[in-house]
Design a protein around this ligand. Sequence first.
Ligand code: GLN
Length: 485
Amino acid sequence: MNLNGIRETSGALRSGKISCVELARAYLDAAERRNAELRAFVSLTEETALAQAAAADERLRGGGESSELLGVPFVLKDNISTAGLRTTCASRMLENYVPIYDAAVWELLRAEGAVLIGKGNMDEFAMGSTNETSYFGGARNPRDTSRVAGGSSGGVAAAVAAGLAVYGIGSDTGGSIRQPASFCGLVGLKPTYGAVSRRGLIAYASSLDQIGPITRSARDAAAVFDAICRRDGLDMTSRGREGVSGSLTGGVKGLRIGIAREFFENLPPDIDGAVKKAAGLFEDAGAELVEVSFPLLKYSLPAYYILACAEASSNLGRYDGLRYGYRTEEYSDLDEFIRRTRSEGFGAEVRRRILLGTYVLSAGYYDAYYNKAQKLRAAIKNEFAEIFTRCDCLLTPTVPVTALPSGGALSPVETYQTDICTVPVNIVGAPAVSAPCGFDTDGLPIGMQLIGDAFREDILLNAAFAFEEMTERKYLTDAALEVIA
Ligand code: GLN
């Protein structure tokens, strides 16, 4: 079981069962073979992977201390900057953009000897929940390729779930790590705002964006989080924190788990049943279930979409065709140049959000929308603060649906509504984990979400780890590449 987790892969490399270069080659070949079908990667980074792997073999031969991530293949979402390697945000606007600097997370992982296999497909500029806004066509779900992998970090989740990378790094503005993890039967950690540096992450909504891992187990999520949760002097919102791997005891005795009724309203019975069954198992293991209430849940979604679009309209103002990125060919003056560049370079969903964001920030509507959303943000923060005086974490479903069929099954607004359980977390900057806890009647994975107070990733990952132990890891996706298995 779970033969291809980080520890197992690292063990195989250290025992000499396979070299880092052989392993990288095997992953690259598998990714190459399956990518046309899954569209998990926007680009494969073969040269970088093989060079990193050769250096990792060298370090292993030299002996001495090294990280568990040394030589282990992984995937990075394509909105995380990699110097010299195309970084597209799955947008026509950045189709040929090659950054000149590295994101902080990539610097950290590379220093540990991690092997980058490729850049993960995503919704354009991370705006979406299905991957279908990707300029390159959305990633498909390895569990059932007629379904979406989720969004926006769907390519990362598809790669990990299909065994084309051991783990992945995504970004989460309103659920983009947790939701694809849930759709693909994986663990996704959205860290506390500020725990991981955002330097080099191409911004969507800066007060909500956070980088984190998508993995096949809670243990792997902790291992990756430990490598990237460093303070970074070049990101003024970065705080960093201590590593959490040491907190994974598997004990939940006395843990107070809050259940807020609002998260369970109008759920399909199989999702409701799976999450409540998980709550029962926690209780059997000695946790205490505490009834709490979160009446502001229904306001979280409109508040989120107002704030996210407002920030996006400002962040995406930089794409004017003058400095970098796509530029139109036909124009008669500067105004037309910028207008055409932006209309042609951005897809429909990105344009919709820029318009919406510009609208809510405009002089006549600022108070009615943006200011009101900011006030809601403060109220939601207070509500969470009150909840965390009564319990150590909240248990909710991650998404009120399982992986949707491809092909635009829902309208834009219906799609936004599926983010209801994940967005409150970003609004308050809290950490949350999605972990697999069951299957629906079609055999598709169901995820549960554990939400904690700021910087309590340790509690969340330990609870997820405990759940894996008590259910004998039966809900985890284990895509074993034969070279290791
Ligand atoms: N689905 C949400 C949105 O479209 C969240 C996306 C994200 O977390 N990047 O805004």
